[in-house]
Design a protein around this ligand. Structure first.
Ligand code: ZN
Length: 202
């Protein structure tokens, strides 16, 4: 197990460590109001995130702007348990509609490959952001490449990477960043550890 001495441990949320249905992070801000719209577009009005993570996001995107990389969008941040329940149920329903011969449990397992079960989504923490570029596939954009190179220096990690799929239990998501704070993020980058490995929960 990895021992971490300094500071507080980052919160681990996954299928083995779900949050309670009444979990709610403190200090949420309305990103649409909080963020400079010239720096980042908030796709859905009223999307919330934890202030400390939002501050780190803005610092990071200021730096990106200095590097000439703009046109960022946040397409998801905080989600309540009920929000995630709705998203999961819709995914199960779409598997049922497309595969009439599948059992409910098969549809549920298929859904849980790409959508977290209620309680198991990192978006419950208010510390995760889905970063996109409006109107295009994110993977391969200059924004995605910049993000993957620099996010660590601002306290963020690329939470779901291809070489860690067996450990995280999620397919890689190049758009999903998670705020863990410094120095955790740079430590995880330098030692090539996903959050489960870093916390000794792999
Ligand atoms: Zn996400």
């Amino acid at each position: 197990a990895v021992q971490w001495l300094a500071g507080s441990q980052p919160l681990l949320v996954n299928r083995q460590h779900p949050v309670a249905s009444d979990f709610a992070p403190a200090d949420l801000v309305n990103l649409s109001e909080y963020c400079d719209s010239s720096l980042v577009k908030i796709k859905y009005d009223g999307t919330q995130g934890v202030r400390e993570a939002a501050d780190a996001l803005l610092r990071m995107l200021e730096a990106a702007k200095t590097d000439g990389i703009t046109n960022w969008q946040v397409s998801a941040a905080y989600r309540s348990y009920a929000d995630q329940q709705r998203i999961f149920d819709n995914k199960v329903k779409s598997f049922q509609n497309n595969n009439p011969d599948w059992s409910l449990s098969r549809c549920r397992s298929a859904a849980s490959v790409t959508v977290a079960d209620p309680g198991a989504s990192e978006h419950h923490t208010g510390l995760a952001f889905d970063i996109t570029v409006a109107g295009t596939i994110f993977k391969g954009t200059e924004q995605q490449i910049w993000l993957h190179k620099h996010c660590w220096d601002y306290g963020f990690i690329i939470r779901y990477q291809e070489d860690k799929e067996d450990i995280t239990g999620f397919l890689a998501e190049c758009w999903h960043i998670r705020y863990v704070g410094l120095p955790h993020s740079t430590e995880m980058r330098d030692r090539n550890l996903c959050l489960e490995e870093y916390l000794g929960e792999a």
